[in-house]
Design a protein around this ligand. Structure first.
Ligand SMILES: Nc1ncnc2c1ncn2[C@@H]1O[C@H](COP(=O)(O)OP(=O)(O)OP(=O)(O)O)[C@@H](O)[C@H]1O
Length: 641
């Protein structure tokens, strides 16, 4: 789906007033860029107050250029709604990070928690100190909605504050309704609940709440209702963090006491002073804790989460018992699982994608919670890269491609349906009350090397694959360990004659499927490398030695793979992706799109394919080698990972 000039690839989250999408911008000469597009929820797009708030976010956030604040690229109106385009953060928000860490029993080290909050302090302090570029006067900008959802940690360990949606500059005070509470209740200091004028200390308090949660895994109050939460924030002392976490360093207890003081005069006066205390604590530990350490933490959590999710689930029935997004199945032993190769780099560079096949889920609407109907059971075969060609090929060869490690990959956040504590405080006699509030995964060590079996498709006519389908696939990891050989090129392709209604994605290893037209998307385009026809270039490079770029080919209608091949250039091959149940596909760090996709034209040579299924918590890296003039079908069942 397009929004303005942006291709929306998949939804990352639905917030209180907007939807957040992973998106891609395509430019001339194959230029592409992955980014995030945030657009006002349809039912709010006609509400002038929300539109104004959204536009205010754009105006304010666009002024902020700081490493700890998500950068805004663009802002505009399209399809009767407003949107923001911003930097894509390849990582997790703190809510998800803490949840996943808990699920796999990876403690968040106090020093790492301090590092995260100190970095967020730095970003917020920058915002607080920002000045009008023309007048030079302080803007009086405060965030007012700091929460674990609005602080992101990238896989590279960068900490970024997002969502200045309700940020308010001092000079905009007249535009804000008196008594309206915005932000998330649990993170609001007393003065915000009382509807008092706010200053930067509101963000100090909220950050203190986030720190408390990171350190203890709990909120400082045990309130179960909004009213009791308000009561507790206003009048009750918070539960001492050491009661929740007895071994909490004393210095951090003191820091929490000061950050969470009900009386803001007793609180840190600003985020810089707060940050300074956190930095002192980190220094006192005698160990450095920086970006690299956060990246390590992210990798560990991601790796264990992935391992947990991929553990065979007793009684698992695809389509019914699918574990929650990013949540390891109950009973999965989290300890002792192998850690995975660290993620490195950021994949977000995109390239044009394709149109979904008939009868397949549309882009941006991945199946919720459960795999698509017909997903193979976990016992079913490992991924296959199956070549195809329009002739029967009765024999099967299974050379393997070793996949030495996982590559960095984006791990889109879990879609969150959060409550927006939106509205209406009735402030009365010092006690305000309330509220109509609503709206709402690498490898540290060498992982088991993955092997991608490349089968010379033994495909005869429509249904010649039955015997092979009954064979369980050989464990590819073992094969890889035994054969750490260089990646072999793929064999000449074979395309099977389709059988009506056949879905070949479950075909076991060694058996090539048929090229069922129903799974070949009638997409609008494939990709073609920007290199001179007929030239043989180094893998990943064009004839001038520069990094390859890609451009869409085959305008409407898009041919099936064999036709795409016929139109391909001499030094390229065609790869079709058949991924179960679906995945966001990156090739060579370029975002392709979400399956189903039309066949992709790739330069001959080796390529890295990254498959991400956020709902299943899966991030799989595959290495493939493409030969010029040949079509391939990359089959992978994430359900059997
Ligand atoms: N630039 C980004 N890169 C990656 N993920 C992002 C980005 N911006 C937002 N997200 C994801 O989307 C979620 C919601 O974002 P955001 O808080 O900006 O939306 P919102 O609609 O303003 O939500 P709310 O107003 O309810 O706080 C974040 O928690 C994060 O997981």
């Amino acid at each position: 789906m397009m929004l303005g000039k942006y291709q929306l690839v998949s939804k990352l989250a639905t917030g209180g007033m907007a939807e957040v999408y992973l998106a891609r911008a395509d430019g001339p000469m194959g230029f592409t860029k992955a980014l995030v597009v945030k657009r006002i929820l349809p039912h709010l797009a006609e509400d002038p107050q929300f539109v104004e708030m959204f536009i205010a976010e754009a105006r304010l956030a666009a002024r902020l250029d700081h490493p700890n604040i998500v950068q805004i690229f663009d802002f505009g109106e399209a399809d009767s709604t407003w949107f923001l385009a911003m930097e894509y953060i390849d990582g997790l928000n703190l809510r998800v990070l803490a949840k996943r860490a808990r699920a796999v029993e990876v403690p968040l080290p106090p020093a790492c928690c301090a590092r995260i909050i100190a970095s967020a302090c730095e970003g917020l302090a920058f915002a607080h100190d920002s000045r009008d570029p023309e007048l030079g006067v302080p803007l009086g900008l405060i965030h007012r909605d700091v929460s674990p959802d609005n602080i992101l940690v990238s896989h590279q360990g960068a900490v970024k504050v997002v969502d200045f949606g309700i940020a308010k500059a001092a000079d905009q005070g007249h535009r804000t309704q008196t008594g309206v509470i915005k932000g998330k209740l649990a993170y609001m200091p007393p003065e915000q609940l009382r509807g008092a004028p706010l200053d930067r200390r509101v963000d100090v308090y909220a950050l203190g709440m986030v720190l408390y949660e990171l350190l203890t895994g709990h909120k400082p109050f045990d309130a179960t209702t909004e009213a009791s939460m308000v009561q507790a924030i206003l009048h009750e002392p918070f539960i001492p963090a050491e009661e929740r976490q007895p071994d909490l360093p004393v210095a951090l207890r003191s820091i929490l006491e000061r950050a969470l003081a009900k009386d803001r005069d007793q609180r840190y006066p600003d985020c810089r002073v707060f940050q300074a205390d956190l930095e002192r604590f980190m220094v006192s530990t005698g160990e450095p804790v920086g970006t690299w350490h956060l990246a390590q933490l992210m990798r560990r959590v991601a790796a264990l989460s992935e391992a947990a999710v991929t553990e065979p689930i007793p009684g698992y029935t695809p389509g019914r018992n699918t574990p929650a997004k990013g949540t390891p199945p109950k009973g999965t032993p989290p300890k002792g699982m192998p850690s995975k190769t660290p993620a490195k780099g950021t994949p977000p560079k995109g390239m044009p994608s394709k149109t979904p096949a008939k009868g397949t889920p549309p882009k941006g609407t991945p199946p919720k919670g459960t795999p698509a109907k017909g997903i193979p059971s976990p016992q079913e075969p490992r991924p296959e890269l199956v070549k195809s060609m329009e002739r029967p090929a009765p024999t099967i060869r299974t050379p393997t491609i070793r996949i030495p490690e996982s590559e960095p990959h984006p791990e889109p956040d879990e879609p969150s349906v959060r409550q927006r504590y939106g509205k209406h405080l009735a402030a009365a006699a010092g006690v305000a009350v309330l509220l109509a509030l609503t709206c709402v995964a690498r490898r540290d060590e060498a992982p088991s090397p993955k092997t991608l079996a490349i089968h010379e498709p033994a495909v005869s006519a429509p249904r010649a694959t039955a015997p092979a389908q009954q064979q369980p696939p050989a464990p590819p990891q073992k094969a890889a360990e035994a054969e750490p050989a260089p990646v072999p090129p793929l064999e000449p392709p074979v395309v099977a004659t389709p059988a009506p209604g056949e879905n070949t994605m479950e075909t076991p290893a060694g058996a090539i499927a048929s090229a069922d037209p129903s799974v070949i998307p009638p997409a609008q385009e494939t990709m073609r490398p920007e290199s001179a026809p007929g030239t043989q270039n180094a893998p990943g490079k064009n004839s001038s030695g520069k990094k390859k770029t890609y451009r869409p080919v085959n305008p409407n209608p898009v041919p099936p793979i064999n036709l795409a091949l016929a139109q391909a250039r001499q030094n390229t091959g065609i790869v079709e992706f058949r991924i179960r149940p679906y995945a966001i596909v990156w090739v060579d760090d370029k975002l392709i799109g979400q399956t189903p996709l039309t066949p992709l034209e790739l330069p001959a040579g080796k390529h890295t394919v990254l498959l991400i299924n956020q709902e299943m918590g899966k991030r799989v890296t595959l290495r493939i080698e493409v030969q010029a003039g040949k079509p391939y079908i990359l089959k992978h069942n994430l359900g059997t990972e």
